[in-house]
Design a protein around this ligand. Structure first.
Ligand code: AMP
Ligand code: MG
Length: 540
């Protein structure tokens, strides 16, 4: 009885599949790996799994989609979002795209293990693509199996939701379903493949179109398909531009400028919270300016602009924390090169690319002034900031704990406090307290006094207001690398409770949440060199 009712509830999802309806399909319906030309996607069904079981689901995403708790806890939910049953109205497909990977042209890539069920209308009438990642092979799987392991699926599920609650644009995650099947992975690419539990994440976004979606037809000289993709994207995802500029041709320049702006705002957000994407290839760049494709990402612990979590990138460090603004701009240049053939005036594209640099500086200055409790940016801020970055680099200092602590450093306008009293609120931020020499303490205290003067100059003297303003942009809780790893270790041993507790904690990242100190703590020593915590490969 229960199941037939539950089944109905997912069959009530209102699909409106614009992507497959309006764009050309691959005429070959077989699920055979191949080059797909002249088409935006290939229809393909998820490959069934042995024993789907829902580990976790996002209450907020379910609400947006109009799914109630009974539906989300039903076996049918696990069957549908594990890929065993295609709900009524769905039109499953894998998208064709290409990309530049680590700076090199990689040719056709495409959804090699992600299968979109289609687009549903959410409670506000907006289109949301439901996409199963790890749903089995597609024509774009190349040499790989189309599956995903539990560890990378936990990381994608939790981080998507954490990013959303941080207020940063991202694809969402509805569900995390264990498949009951093993997946073989050589985690460190060192010749030791081993079976691991498999999983499927249902990702949700208004569009999964990437920069690489446009690069593929552009490189092949398929201007007709390129134009169709651009028309589709502007019409549905940037309708205000069409209204404002009257035609697709007129809207292309402004569209690219808006993609630049959104992407710029996104990177500034990443820099603020210490997120390092890890694989900023053009196939992982969302045309909507969302964070997508959570792979070997990481969160900055000690402040180190050169840090990257991705061992696959260890030599070059192309995608290190401090390089993200530049690589994203490089990616935007690739997008501009792909769409330039559609317009006879490349100037607006060139202008938007140039403006990215100044736009970034402006946004970064404003963001840092907010983080530091200074209110509006002012002349001279940069120098004080550079002094701070220099001090942060002198001994391993946890960036996020530092900023939370800074909000609690007294301003001491009358100079009553000694150095130690000023430094006390920052104590937790230092990984190696023994490296905090007398000289470094003095340097910090001097900087803190200059910081307090700047707070005063910005009229931010009210302690409570300033703390609230700083806390609102300096998160207490992020998915620290070692926390994700702890949740993975427990889940692989059959205990999902840490996944659920982290999901709940990360719902309110800027709140103090007394009792949850453990999830705000700096990285413990065991995690310093632990695989999965400080070292991640692309193997997933
Ligand atoms: P990523 O680095 O995860 O963004 O993936 C790059 C490309 O490899 C995309 O086209 C993916 O679909 C594809 N890919 C990654 N893992 C797999 C897999 N296990 N099976 C098939 N394709 C995959
Ligand atoms: Mg990808």
């Amino acid at each position: 009885m229960k199941d037939s009712r539950d089944q109905l509830s997912l069959d009530r999802l209102e699909f409106d599949n614009r992507f497959t309806r309006e764009l050309p399909a691959d005429p070959d319906a077989t699920n055979r790996r191949r080059q797909v030309e002249g088409a935006a996607y290939s229809r393909v069904l998820p490959t069934p799994v042995a024993a789907p079981r829902t580990i976790a689901w996002s209450r907020e995403v379910a609400e947006v989609l109009g799914l109630d708790e009974a539906t989300c806890t039903s076996q049918d939910f696990a069957e549908v979002f594990g890929g065993n049953r295609v709900p009524a109205g769905a039109d499953p497909f894998a998208m064709a795209y290409a990309g530049h990977q680590f700076g090199n042209w990689a040719g056709q890539l495409g959804d090699g293990r992600a299968i979109a069920l289609g687009e549903v209308l959410d409670r506000d009438g907006h289109h949301q693509t439901l996409q199963l990642k790890g749903a089995g092979p597609t024509p774009y799987s190349r040499g790989a199996d189309g599956r995903a392991v539990l560890r990378s699926s936990i990381r994608e599920f939790l981080c998507s939701e954490a990013m959303h609650h941080l207020g940063i644009p991202t694809s969402r995650a509805l569900s995390l379903v264990a498949t009951g099947d093993d997946v073989v992975r050589d985690m460190l690419y060192d010749g030791n493949p081993a079976p691991e539990p498999g999983a499927v994440v249902c990702r949700v976004a208004p569009s999964f179109v990437r920069f690489g979606t446009f690069e593929l037809p552009a490189v092949r000289g398929d201007t007709a398909l390129l134009r169709q993709l651009v028309t589709f994207t502007i019409t549905h995802d940037f309708p205000h531009l069409l209204a404002q500029h009257g035609s697709i041709d007129e809207a292309i320049g402004p569209w690219f400028a808006e993609v630049c702006e959104r992407t710029c705002a996104l990177v500034v957000d990443w820099m603020r919270v210490g997120f390092v994407h890890g694989v900023l290839n053009t196939d992982n760049m969302s045309i909507l300016g969302l964070t997508i494709d959570y792979g070997p990402y990481g969160w900055l612990e000690d402040f180190d602009p050169h840090w990257t979590p991705n061992t696959t990138d260890a030599g070059q460090r192309r995608y290190r924390y401090g390089a993200q603004p530049q690589v994203v701009q490089w990616n935007l240049l690739r997008l501009a090169n792909a769409i330039v053939t559609l317009t006879d005036d490349p100037d607006p594209l060139q202008r938007a690319l140039t403006e990215f640099g100044t736009d970034y500086e402006r946004r970064f200055d404003a963001m840092m002034a907010e983080r530091l409790g200074w209110g509006e940016p002012q002349e001279g801020d940069e120098e004080l900031r550079l002094d701070m970055f220099e001090l942060l680099g002198r001994t391993e200092t946890d960036m996020l704990i530092f900023f939370r602590g800074l909000a609690r450093v007294p301003l001491d306008p009358d100079g009553d406090l000694d150095d130690q009293e000023l430094l006390d609120p920052l104590a937790d931020a230092f990984y190696r307290p023994d490296e905090l020499t007398a000289e470094l303490r003095t340097a910090w205290a001097t900087w803190l006094r200059a910081w307090a003067q700047r707070v005063h100059d910005g009229d931010m003297d009210d302690d409570e207001d300033r703390r609230a303003a700083m806390d609102a942009v300096n998160p207490r809780f992020v998915l620290r690398n070692y926390l994700a790893q702890e949740a993975i270790d427990a889940a692989e041993a059959g205990d999902d409770s840490l996944v659920l507790e982290l999901l709940d904690t990360l719902r309110r990242p800027y709140d103090e949440q007394p009792g949850r100190e453990r999830f705000a703590a700096r990285r413990p020593e065991w995690a310093r060199t632990r695989v999965g915590s400080s070292m991640l490969s692309c193997s997933s």
